[in-house]
Design a protein around this ligand. Structure first.
Ligand code: SAM
Length: 344
C-alpha cells in the first residue's frame, strides 16, 4: 500500500498559491520611491530618508518582463503605486506596456493626484482602468502641514480623473487622531460628503506603524472609535452588515443615496485570511507581506542574466514564504522600511 499523501492544497501547476491555500492574484508594483509630497505617516523623518539611486530602480522593460511572468502564474490584477507613481518620467509608457499584456483584467493606480491634471487623459488612453486617490484633509492649511502639498492640485486631479473616465474613483484617507479624526478636527463626515458629491467611494484606513516620521501611538485611532461619532452615524448605516468583497476594505451603506463607505482595518481587524497580494518594490524586491520585513531580490536575478524560469522560481518561493498573518511591530526602531520605500 502506498503511503498516505500529505494533504497539500490542490493547485494548478504553476499558479501562485501559498501554504494556506490563498491564491495570489494581485500584484502591486511600486515604480518609484520618490514623492512630490512628504506625508509624515508614509516616510521617515527627513534625516532618515534617502531615495534609491536611479540605477537601482527597475526599468520599464524589466517591470514588464516581471509582470508577464506573474500573469503567467495567475496574477490578474495589477496596481501601479509608489512613492508617487506620476513623478516617474513617462509613466503612460509603462501603462501602455502593461495594458498590452493579455490576462490582466484590472489595471489601476494609487496616486496623490497632484499630477493627474496633467496626465489623466494620457493614462486613460494608454489603458489605465481606474485610480485610487489619497486625500487626508479638505482643509488646505492642514493638508499642507501634513503632506507638504497643495490641496487645490489634488482637487483638480480628482476632477481630471473623472473627465478622463478613470472610474470608479476611490478616495483613500488615513485616519489620524488630532489631525483628521478624533474629538478635535474630525473631518470624517465632511470627507464622506465630499466623496458622495464627487461620485467617488471613500475608504478610511487605520494608521499602520511603519518606519515613519509620526508617532503611531499618539495618532492611531480605530475605525470602531470613528464609527461612534454622531456625525458619522448620521451618514453611515452602522447597523448594516459589513460587506466584504475580495478586497481589504469592508463596506457599510450610506443612509442617504446608494453609495457605500469603505473601512480598511489592518490594525483592529486584520484581513490576512483573504490576502491575495504580492508587492514589487521599486528596486526589485518581491514581498509577500506588507509588515514582514522580508523580500526576495528580483532585480539581481534579472541583472545577472536570469531566465523567465528563474523569475518564476522566485515568485513561487515568495508565495511559499508568505506568512499566515502579517504582524506589525510597534517598536519604531526595529522597522527597516517605510511605506514610501515599500510602495503602499
Ligand atoms: N503617492 C501615492 C498616494 O499618495 O496614494 C501612492 C503611494 S502611498 C504610499 C499609498 C497609500 O499608502 C496611500 O493611500 C497612503 O495614504 C497609504 N499609507 C502610507 N503610509 C501609511 C501608514 N503608515 N498607514 C496607513 N496607510 C498608509
Amino acid at each position: 500500500m502506498s503511503p498516505t499523501p500529505i494533504a497539500f492544497y490542490p493547485r494548478k501547476p504553476d499558479q501562485l498559491q501559498d501554504r494556506f491555500g490563498r491564491k495570489l492574484t494581485y500584484l502591486r508594483i511600486s515604480v518609484t520611491d520618490r514623492c512630490n509630497m512628504r506625508c509624515d505617516y508614509c516616510r521617515p523623518a527627513p534625516d532618515a530618508y534617502r531615495a534609491e539611486s536611479h540605477a537601482r530602480i527597475l526599468r520599464y522593460e524589466e517591470i514588464e518582463r516581471i509582470v508577464r511572468v506573474a500573469v503567467d502564474l495567475g496574477v490578474t490584477k495589477v496596481r501601479i503605486t509608489g512613492g508617487e507613481p506620476l513623478v516617474r518620467r513617462d509613466l503612460p509608457r509603462l501603462v501602455e506596456r502593461l495594458a498590452d499584456i493579455p490576462g490582466i483584467t484590472d489595471l489601476s493606480m494609487t496616486t496623490n493626484a497632484t499630477l493627474l491634471g496633467k496626465y489623466a487623459h494620457d493614462l486613460a488612453s494608454a489603458g489605465l482602468g481606474r485610480v485610487n486617490i489619497s486625500i487626508d484633509s479638505l482643509n488646505a492649511l492642514r493638508f499642507r502641514r501634513l503632506t507638504g502639498g497643495e490641496l487645490a492640485s489634488v482637487l483638480a486631479g480628482i476632477e481630471a480623473a473623472g473627465s478622463a473616465g478613470l472610474f470608479p474613483i476611490k478616495l483613500n484617507t488615513v485616519l489620524m487622531r488630532d489631525i483628521n479624526a478624533g474629538d478635535k478636527h474630525s473631518e470624517v463626515a465632511e470627507l464622506i460628503d465630499f466623496a458622495s458629491n464627487n461620485a467617488a467611494t471613500i475608504r478610511f484606513i487605520e494608521l499602520m506603524p511603519m518606519k515613519q516620521g509620526m508617532d503611531w501611538h499618539q495618532h492611531y485611532i480605530s475605525i470602531d472609535e470613528v464609527l461612534q461619532r454622531g456625525d458619522v452615524r448620521a451618514r453611515v448605516d452602522v447597523d448594516a452588515a459589513l460587506e466584504t468583497g475580495n478586497t481589504a476594505a469592508r463596506y457599510l451603506p450610506l443612509r442617504h443615496g446608494s453609495g457605500v463607505v469603505g473601512f480598511i482595518m489592518p490594525m483592529s481587524a486584520r484581513f490576512c485570511e483573504g490576502c491575495n497580494r504580492l508587492r514589487l518594490t521599486a528596486d526589485g524586491g518581491l514581498r509577500s507581506c506588507l509588515p514582514a520585513d522580508h523580500q526576495l531580490n528580483l532585480r539581481d536575478v534579472i541583472r545577472s542574466g536570469g531566465s523567465d524560469d528563474d523569475i518564476r522560481t522566485l515568485f513561487l518561493r515568495s508565495a511559499m514564504i508568505k506568512p499566515e498573518i502579517g504582524l506589525y511591530d510597534f517598536d519604531a526602531d526595529s522597522k527597516k522600511r517605510s511605506m514610501i520605500h515599500i510602495g503602499g
